[in-house]
Design a protein around this ligand. Sequence first.
Ligand code: UGA
Length: 434
Amino acid sequence: MRVTMIGTGYVGLVSGACFADFGHTVTCVDKDEGKIARLLKGEIPIFEPGLDELVKDNVEQGRLFFTTDPTAAIRDADAVFIAVGTPSRRGDGHADLSYVYAAAEEIAGLMNGYTVVVTKSTVPVGTGDEVEAIIKKVRPDADFAVVSNPEFLREGAAIGDFKRPDRVVVGTNDERAREVMRQLYRPLSLNETPMVFTERRTSELIKYAGNGFLAMKITFINEIADLCEAVGANVQEVAKGIGLDNRIGRKFLNAGPGYGGSCFPKDTLALMKTARDANAPIELIEATVRVNSARKQKMAQKIIEALGGSVAGKTVAVLGLTFKPNTDDMRDAPALDIVPTLQAEGAKVRAFDPEGMNEAKHMLKDVQFATGPYDCVQNADAVVIITEWDQFRALDLDRIKDTLKTPVLVDLRNIYRPDEMRAKGFTYVSVGRP
Ligand code: UGA
């Protein structure tokens, strides 16, 4: 099949490379000339494990192309995917759909013969109807279908998520379009991946309901962690105890500093807004958003308390800045709230992150960036683990303890064991564990 991806951001690039790897001929289109020039040279603008090799292989095999000119790519395509950004509109939490609509107009002007237009970007319910209306207006004669096909890719694990998904959701009533989508995802039938065919609006809502539920699940365990601290229980064991119930499931029950990233914060806000606009507010999502946003301050307070109630004049070493490991993405990372709060209380912050420091330098002021974990903790009054990168999981703790001024370790991801840490002589504070 011939596939065109509009947008070479995270979703477009991963999906384009994976479809090419399935054997389809894929052209990725982006207006950003610099980005396309870099991609043509084999440089990948984002950090995603395995993506560079996947892109390189498929370019070499002649299945993956990059261009700024959409003309031929759209004219010849069986399916055109819209994978452009849908940032939160300033102020009101609504998703900004201007890039999606601009892509729809562009596609309408160029498409030729039956074309399936697929929205991969996360879009509010009803966006597919609007895309269809835009195309019809520009080209009343066009032969096409608009399909919703939400993505469920986690940063850092996106290629695996694309190639071995739990399910593929396809929202359309058009039988020809369903057949094109079946062909596109055919390689997944080997693993018997369920394909969920549904109405377009339902498919659009599945994406938001999925992310909303996961954000709520994390927030639930975070509140249980706070309760564990108050009553002397262990949140990891509670998570295991409830997670072994198949109806609950063990995943996404790791207590921590609150969810961040480019998806959960934006999508929960958009879901909240859609629900309010439809006069069907979802109070659980509203509470999730509120609790998660307050949590980051709570974490800063936890650090201050671990340092005896004041960080004024003290040096805090921060390990991990990105919103989670295996990404360089700093969007809505808990560190962006925690670090400035510590600084406002008078702390000096030194930080290290394996991939996020370039981004972090633009987003955090007055932070001293270190070259590695041991350099970071040098003579600090405390070390705080904010992101659970693998390289922080097996630190030489004796060396850390000798290097710190005072042996205080605040572990916001529960990667170390409290008994071991205490035996080593640390003042060890974690989340929801006695
Ligand atoms: C999320 C979803 O997991 C994907 O399925 C979805 O496709 C994607 O959003 C999207 O909408 O595009 P992502 O934002 O990459 O993926 O990251 P997650 O792995 O879901 O983590 C999100 C946040 O939750 C991180 O800050 C992470 O640290 C936190 N988290 C996750 C926890 O605090 N505890 C957990 O148990 C799991």
